[in-house]
Ligand binder design. Structure first.
Ligand code: NAG
Ligand code: NAG
Ligand code: NAG
Ligand code: NAG
Ligand code: NAG
Ligand code: NAG
Ligand code: NAG
Ligand code: NAG
Ligand code: NAG
Ligand code: NAG
Length: 433
């Protein structure tokens, strides 16, 4: 019985082989489980509901929305529907179409019977925009089209004059500028037109009740007009990734409600205006990847609410005015990619990895940042700075050392057992001949 010791070893190793092979495969979720759960959960509440208007039921069926249970009972299928409580029939006030089939089409008849809708949301629905019935146009308050309704035209949108919320994202807009779309929307509060290939300039006149504006990821150009800085209810302004240029206007400080500001990835130049210090609630400011210059103003370190500050990839120079108290408070602070910027090494430690060089006694960068730093300037500005991670980072590193060791050990065991298996098979084939 020559091979018996080998056999024992193999018996011993076989479980490790099978485990290491089977463990990377995630358990496959059954696709049928998710749709069934919402329908079972809410059958109790549906009894007290009035039935949905039969025409609207028909319209939902034409849109492939399941109607076997009352679509008005909550939570509805994928939260797609929401109804009022009118009698004898309830009516839809909100409809969301998600992940539509490419064969789905909206019919005028269906939309006409859906004219009670206050909100209509389309997400990943590659359907063609059609003319909306006037009743629907006037009743809609909230409309969004995300990766849906490609080739929407500005004129088509401009008819939705009663909107308070408009979201258009990841689609191709056909409009000569934002003005065409917005001119008649006097009630608008939140506006997102992002990644929509929108061209033109910011409008010279904007209705004054806007609280959110997001024009990120378009081809808008020109400067920031005073129409924007007069919006004293504005809480968030995102103009990132466009072709804007010129100074950050001094009137920016008039945006007294502003919390989030991104002007990132444009061609803004000049320095950060002092008026920014007058915005009491500013939490998030991203000015990265522009051509801003001058020194970093000291008032930034005195803005109590600031948690996120990105000044990376500009032309700032001089000594960064931040001390450890400030660094502790920040969730994200990025200043890398400013070759003439430096930090005072008697105030800040090099462990903070700011991506800039320490200052000499004249406040100039001591040496060009080490080759490793400058080559990874983009990387270091991408990685969020988190001061509390200063102590943590060393422990993270330790954990990381444990992690790979286990992997290496596992691979070694698996490899050696495969070698054993091959040897055994060779031996076996020789014996059995
Ligand atoms: C539906 O909405 C509720 C509340 O907004 C949420 O808790 C729930 O997760 C949503 N369900 C689905 C399937 O999206
Ligand atoms: C839509 O599809 C995306 C990606 O395929 C998926 O993550 C999401 O859960 C889907 N949503 C619905 C409501 O089916
Ligand atoms: C907006 O709504 C009001 C009443 O809710 C209605 O009288 C008006 O015609 C609507 N405007 C448009 C442009 O549909
Ligand atoms: C703007 O908001 C104010 C106060 O909330 C309101 O009185 C006014 O009617 C609104 N203006 C428009 C055009 O909706
Ligand atoms: C975006 O707009 C530009 C100019 O209007 C046009 O040339 C380009 O083809 C558009 N891009 C896409 C993907 O449609
Ligand atoms: C601005 O928009 C970009 C892209 O859409 C997004 O990544 C970023 O988080 C936004 N910033 C703010 C402050 O809203
Ligand atoms: C504003 O910034 C905060 C902090 O960075 C972030 O959590 C929040 O999502 C942002 N809000 C908007 C509307 O961009
Ligand atoms: C900053 O740039 C502007 C032009 O963009 C220039 O006029 C100005 O002199 C520069 N200031 C400094 C301090 O480099
Ligand atoms: C850090 O700077 C702030 C504002 O400039 C100041 O109030 C605070 O005392 C400074 N903290 C330390 C430890 O120097
Ligand atoms: C760095 O800080 C020390 C102590 O606050 C100060 O004496 C020195 O002048 C500073 N150096 C520069 C270049 O600002």
């Amino acid at each position: 019985m020559k091979p018996s010791p080998l056999f024992l070893i193999l018996l011993f190793l076989f479980p490790t082989i099978t485990i290491s092979i089977s463990s990377p495969l995630p358990p496959t979720p059954s696709p049928t489980s998710s749709p069934s759960s919402p329908s079972s959960s809410s059958s109790s509440s549906s009894s007290s509901l009035s039935p949905l208007d039969p025409n609207q039921l028909k319209a939902l069926q034409s849109l492939n929305i399941p109607t076997s249970k009352n679509p008005c009972s909550q939570p509805s299928f994928h939260n797609a529907t929401l109804c009022d409580s009118s009698k004898p029939f309830t009516h839809l006030i909100s409809l969301q179409l998600t992940n539509c089939s490419s064969y789905l089409s909206l019919s005028y008849t269906a939309l006409k019977s859906l004219s009670t809708l206050h909100s209509l949301h389309l997400i990943n629905c590659p359907i063609s925009p059609i003319h909306f019935p006037p009743q629907l146009t006037s009743s809609l308050q909230s409309f969004s089209s995300i990766n849906s309704f490609h080739k929407l035209s500005g004129v088509w949108l401009s008819h939705l004059a009663n909107l308070t919320d408009l979201t258009l994202s990841s689609l191709q807009l056909k409009a000569s500028g934002p003005y065409v779309i917005l001119a008649h929307m006097k009630k608008l509060k939140t506006l997102t037109i992002s990644h929509a290939n929108l061209t033109g300039f910011l409008p010279k006149y904007v209705h004054s009740n806007l609280t959110h504006i997001d024009f990120s990821g378009n081809h808008l150009r020109g400067t920031i007009p005073t129409s924007i800085t007069m919006l004293d209810s504005l809480e968030s302004l995102n103009l990132s990734s466009n072709g804007f240029k010129g100074d950050i206007p001094i009137s920016m400080g008039d945006l007294i409600s502003l919390k989030n500001l991104s002007l990132a990835s444009n061609s803004f130049s000049g320095s950060i205006p002092d008026s920014i210090s007058a915005i009491p609630g500013l939490v998030h400011m991203d000015l990265s990847s522009n051509q801003l210059n001058g020194t970093i103003p000291k008032f930034l370190s005195e803005m109590r609410n600031l948690k996120y500050l990105n000044l990376a990839n500009n032309n700032f120079h001089g000594v960064v005015p931040f001390n450890l108290t400030f660094m502790k408070r920040m969730q994200v602070l990025k200043v890398g990619g400013n070759s003439n910027l430096c930090y005072n090494h008697s105030i800040l430690s090099s462990k903070l990895k700011l991506g800039i060089a320490p200052c000499d006694k004249h406040g100039m960068p001591m040496s060009p940042p080490p080759a490793k730093d400058s080559s990874s300037a983009d990387d270091s500005s991408d990685s969020d700075y988190d001061d509390s991670a200063d102590d943590d980072s060393s422990s993270h590193k330790k954990e990381h050392h444990h992690g790979p060791n286990k992997v290496v050990l596992g691979v070694a065991i698996a490899l050696s057992s495969i070698v054993f298996l091959i040897v055994f098979l060779i031996l076996c084939s020789k014996c059995c001949r």
